[in-house]
Design a protein around this ligand. Structure first.
Ligand SMILES: O=C(O)c1cc(=O)[nH]c(=O)n1[C@@H]1O[C@H](COP(=O)(O)O)[C@@H](O)[C@H]1O
Length: 269
């Protein structure tokens, strides 16, 4: 999917919501555990109930890998279901990969070519040759961790290196990578006060902003500081939406929570 197509969807739906499919069998309604593939059954119900009010889905790969081959099969079914039925959705493999070049090439092939995700999250720590293999895919997007939502972000990301915060160096340096137009960045919603400065470095890039809902980030603060003239934001919420209820009404409850966020987004557009 191109960035222009993503922007068009955002204006059409008046939504820049990304729903996180962090599917945990300890949290899904117990009646689903009788299904042949409970993870996929849960994801499908959530997608069917919310696809018209969000523009993106982000399965976090850890939640699938944790169930071995069955988890991977559920991930495959989920991305295939999305691509076949809702091709307008921007899909994110939240895998946080990145390795020496030839290994990154295999990760990129797995998520962008084999599974056909639109994008994948990448850790920048290993630098240029670990990121560029992902950027080589046309109309696919590499979402680089810049300033993350967790407390550990202060261990390295905000530390001064040669007089500059490390996350700023990540933003600036990555702009010189080949095919850097395919870059997006992760900035946690809990770090909204940093967004104005981040926008000075990457005014046009899309930012994936997780951390509203369960982690306490504010949608309003993120939009005030981080929105650009093409919106430029994808706001992710996972637990706050998908686990709104653990009963048989879970999909309706998820829709209700997603709708609350979408309505706030529509007002901010
Ligand atoms: O890359 C991410 O998506 C990510 C980066 C970050 O800084 N913080 C963060 O929470 N995430 C992911 O975003 C999701 C947030 O989930 P909730 O806190 O349940 O909304 C999880 O899948 C996290 O792994």
């Amino acid at each position: 999917m191109t960035t222009e197509q993503l922007v068009a969807q955002i204006y059409k739906k008046k939504s820049f919501l990304c729903i996180g499919l962090d599917t945990d069998l300890e949290k899904v309604p117990s009646h689903l555990l009788e299904e042949e593939d409970p993870i996929f059954a849960f994801n499908k119900a959530i997608i069917d109930a919310t696809h018209d009010i969000c523009v993106s889905y982000k399965p976090n790969i850890a939640f699938y890998e944790a169930y071995g081959i069955k988890g991977w099969q559920a991930l495959e079914k989920t991305i295939r279901y999305l691509n076949e039925n809702f091709p307008e959705q921007f899909t994110i493999a939240d895998a946080k990969r990145g390795d020496i070049g030839n290994t990154s090439t295999r990760y990129a092939k797995a998520f962008l070519e084999d599974l056909q995700f639109d994008s994948v999250t990448i850790a920048p720590y290993m630098g240029k040759d670990s990121v560029e293999p992902f950027l080589a895919f046309k109309d696919k997007h590499t979402i680089l961790l810049a300033l993350t939502s967790n407390v550990g972000a202060f261990d390295f990301q905000t530390k001064l290196v040669d007089g500059k915060e490390l996350y700023k160096t990540v933003l600036e340096t990555s702009k010189s990578y080949e095919n850097s137009e395919n870059l997006m960045y992760v900035v946690g919603a809990t770090k909204a006060e940093y967004l104005k400065e981040i926008r000075q470095i990457v005014p046009d890039s899309f930012l994936l902003v997780p951390g509203v809902g369960a982690q306490g980030g504010s949608l309003k603060d993120v939009c005030e500081n981080g929105m650009n003239d093409k919106v430029g934001l994808l706001i992710n919420s996972s637990r706050g939406i998908i686990y709104a209820s653990a009963e048989s009404d879970f999909a309706d409850a998820a829709r209700h929570k997603a709708l609350e966020l979408q309505r706030q987004m529509a007002e901010l557009l």
